[in-house]
Ligand binder design. Structure first.
Ligand code: NAD
Ligand code: LMR
Length: 327
C-alpha cells in the first residue's frame, strides 16, 4: 500500500448523492486499489444522527482501503490538510424549479466554505463543486478563497457529458469509449451546449456517422439539457446515483488521467474562447499526471459560437445576480 493516507472531504454527506458516492470512494474508485483513504464527512448539525447511520454502513462495508472516517458540521475541521474535496452539500431543486433558483439558498454555503478552504486546505487540494448551480457556486467558492489556486477548483458538467455520450453512442451504434473529442460547454443548465463538432470515431467525424443533424439539434441537445428535469419528474427527486458516478469520473480522471481523451470540466476561465476570466464554464480538458490542461485553440464558429455565447451570457447573469446576494 502507498504510505500517505489521502484525506478526502465530502460535504452533504447525509444526502442522497453521497449515499452512493461515499461507498464508491471507500472502494478506492478515486485513488485506485492501493491507496488508503480517510473520509471527512461534513453536514449540518441537525442531520448528524443520520450521518452516524451512514458511518455505521461504511464500517459495515469492511472496505480495506478506508483507514478512517470523521464526521463534523464544521467546514474548517473537514477541510484541514485535505487532498481532495467533493462539495455536494446544498439544497437540490424540486419540480418546477430551475437550478438557478437555488442561487440565493446555496450561495451562502459556498461563501463560508470558500473562507474555510482558504484558511485550512493544502494549496494543491483538488476540489469539485457538485451542489447547484454548480458553476456559479464554484465561482463564489473561489472568490472567497483568494489564496487558494482557482485552477484547483472545478465544477461538475461531467453528468451532462456522460448523458450526451450515452445518447450519441446509442445513435451512432458505437461503443462509448470509441467516441473521442466530445465536449459540453457552459453552464450546467438548459443553456449548456453539447458540441460534437470536434468529435470523432476512429478518426471519422461523429457528425458524418450519425448523419441525422436534425436529431442532433432537435433531439439530442434539448434532451441532454432537460435530462435533470426529466429525472426529477420521473423519480420525484433529483438524479443521485448518476450524479455520484459523474463525480467519481471527474475526480478519477483528474487524479489518474483521461487516457489522452477530452473530458468536460467546469473550469475557471482564463479568458480563452471569449469566456470572461473568472467565470466557471464547462470546457474541454485532457487530464494527465494529476493535472488537467484546457484544450486550446479550437475553432468555434457559426452555430457553436452562438450556443457558447448564449450559455456564457447566462453565467454572466448568474454572476451579477449572485453579486447582489453575497458580499
Ligand atoms: P440532498 O438534499 O439529498 O442532500 C444534500 C445534503 O446537503 C443534505 O444532507 C443537507 O443537510 C446537506 N447540506 C445542506 N447545507 C449544507 C452545508 N452548509 N454544509 C454541508 N452540508 C449541507 O441533495 P442531493 O440530491 O444529494 O443533491 C445535492 C446537490 O447536488 C443539489 O444542489 C443538487 O441540485 C446537486 N446536483 C448537482 C448535479 C450536477 O451535475 N452538478 C447533479 C445532481 C445533483
Ligand atoms: C441534474 O442534472 O440531474 C442535477 O443537476 C439535478 C437537477 O436539478 O437537475
Amino acid at each position: 500500500m502507498t504510505g500517505h493516507v489521502k484525506q478526502i472531504a465530502v460535504t452533504g454527506a447525509a444526502g442522497q448523492i453521497c449515499y452512493s458516492l461515499l461507498f464508491r470512494i471507500a472502494r478506492g474508485e478515486l485513488y485506485g486499489p492501493r491507496q488508503p483513504i480517510s473520509l471527512r464527512l461534513l453536514d449540518l448539525p441537525q442531520v448528524q444522527p443520520a450521518l452516524r447511520g451512514v458511518v455505521m454502513e461504511l464500517e459495515d462495508g469492511a472496505f480495506p482501503l478506508l483507514a478512517d472516517v470523521a464526521v463534523t458540521d464544521d467546514a474548517r475541521l473537514a477541510f484541514r490538510d485535505i487532498d481532495a474535496a467533493i462539495l455536494v452539500g446544498s439544497r437540490p431543486r424540486s419540480k418546477g424549479m430551475e437550478r438557478r433558483d437555488l442561487l440565493a439558498t446555496n450561495a451562502e454555503i459556498f461563501r463560508l466554505q470558500g473562507r474555510a478552504l482558504n484558511d485550512v486546505a493544502k494549496l494543491d487540494a483538488k476540489v469539485l463543486v457538485v451542489g447547484n448551480p454548480a458553476n456559479t457556486n464554484a465561482m463564489i467558492l473561489s472568490e472567497h478563497a483568494p489564496e487558494f489556486p482557482s485552477e484547483n477548483i472545478t465544477s461538475m458538467i461531467r453528468l451532462d457529458h456522460n448523458r450526451a455520450l450515452a445518447q450519441l453512442a446509442r445513435k451512432a451504434l458505437v461503443g462509448l469509449e470509441e467516441i473521442k473529442g466530445l465536449v459540453v460547454w457552459g453552464n450546467h443548465s438548459p443553456t449548456m451546449f453539447v458540441d460534437w463538432s470536434h468529435a470523432t470515431v476512429a478518426g471519422r467525424p461523429l457528425a458524418d456517422i450519425v448523419a441525422d443533424h436534425d436529431w442532433y439539434h432537435k433531439t439530442l441537445i434539448p434532451q441532454v439539457a432537460r435530462r435533470g428535469t426529466a429525472v426529477i419528474e420521473a423519480r420525484g427527486a433529483s438524479s443521485a446515483a448518476s450524479a455520484a458516478n459523474a463525480a467519481i469520473d471527474h475526480m478519477r480522471d483528474w487524479i489518474n488521467g483521461s487516457g489522452g481523451d477530452w473530458v468536460s470540466m467546469g473550469l475557471c476561465s482564463d479568458g480563452s474562447y471569449g469566456i470572461p476570466e473568472g467565470l466557471f464554464c464547462g470546457s474541454p480538458a485532457i487530464c494527465a499526471e494529476g493535472q488537467y490542461a484546457r484544450v486550446a485553440d479550437l475553432k468555434i464558429r457559426g452555430y457553436a459560437r452562438v450556443m457558447l455565447d448564449r450559455t456564457v451570457a447566462e453565467l454572466i447573469e448568474e454572476r451579477e445576480a449572485v453579486r447582489a446576494l453575497v458580499s
